[in-house]
Design a binder for this molecule. Structure first.
Ligand code: PGA
Length: 261
């Protein structure tokens, strides 16, 4: 059984230590009894250390929103894997649509980062998803397949299930409504099929694929009850502790009732 995930990236919405305090301290308290869901929070780089101090004795992990494709050297302004590992990051978000659109993040650089991240024993959280134009032209699956294949290139088969895929259709991010749960399930099944075609079905069945894009409490249950949706990746909705806790509690209750653990 794949353990479900509720993660949240704070993008650049949370900008000060005092905002981190307000959010993270309440989250720690609110989710302290949840053990059947993996949870993580991802702040901006300079706030990682502060967040880590709050989360260090909790059941909530933390990570980074990006990472350099090299682990040291002359790369001004970049943040390397060893630094993130030392800060206790366990999950590194890679290739988010906003990085692809605004900072020239390519499938090639994401692939380098995935391998480096694994070398440093951290979990790559690889964001993939088609644009609206690709969806409308009927080539959304081509785009997603390409991103999955780039992600996996050169990754050892035994490392593939250490990767988490976040399916985030570009057209569903930052909207009032996310993608329809049936549509998401179809894409997740397709992503798993592409993984299976590379490394076999056994490994593909153990890879976790989570959904992100305007997730709200109202949409959470339907999404999480789909066979291939292994968790939720929240943005704006979970910028209050109350909302993050509510989604985590909903997923935890679902797991308890449906999966018996
Ligand atoms: P959103 O962000 O929930 O604010 O749409 C999701 C994401 O980009 O991961």
């Amino acid at each position: 059984m794949r353990k479900k995930i509720v993660g949240s990236s704070w993008k650049m919405h949370i900008t000060t230590k005092s905002e981190v305090d307000v959010l993270a301290m309440d989250i720690v308290e609110g989710v302290k009894d949840i053990s059947n869901v993996d949870m993580f929070l991802i702040p901006t780089f300079p706030l990682i250390d502060h967040l880590a101090n709050i989360l260090s004795d909790s059941n909530v992990a933390w990570g980074a929103q990006n990472m350099a494709f090299a682990d040291y050297g002359a790369y001004t302004g970049e943040v390397p894997a060893p630094t993130l590992a030392q800060l206790g990051c366990t999950v590194i978000e890679l290739g988010h649509a906003e990085r692809r659109a605004n900072f020239n993040e390519s499938d090639h650089s994401v692939n380098k980062k995935v391998k480096l991240c694994l070398d440093y024993k951290m979990t790559p959280l690889v964001c993939i998803g088609e644009t609206k134009a690709e969806k409308d032209d009927g080539v959304g699956n081509v785009r997603v397949k390409t991103q999955v294949l780039w992600t996996l290139d050169g990754v050892k088969p035994e490392d593939v299930d250490k990767i988490i895929f976040a399916y985030e259709p570009v057209w569903a991010i930052g909207q009032s409504e996310g993608a329809n749960a049936d549509y998401v399930e179809d894409m997740h099944r397709f992503i798993r099929y592409v993984i299976a075609s590379e490394v076999g079905n056994d490994i593909a069945q153990s890879v976790r694929i989570i959904y992100g894009g305007s997730v709200k409490l109202e949409s959470a249950y339907e999404l999480i009850s789909k066979k291939n949706i292994d968790g939720l990746f929240t943005g704006r909705f979970a910028l209050t502790a109350k909302n993050y806790i509510a989604i985590a509690a909903l997923v935890s209750k679902y797991v308890q009732e449906k999966e018996g653990n």
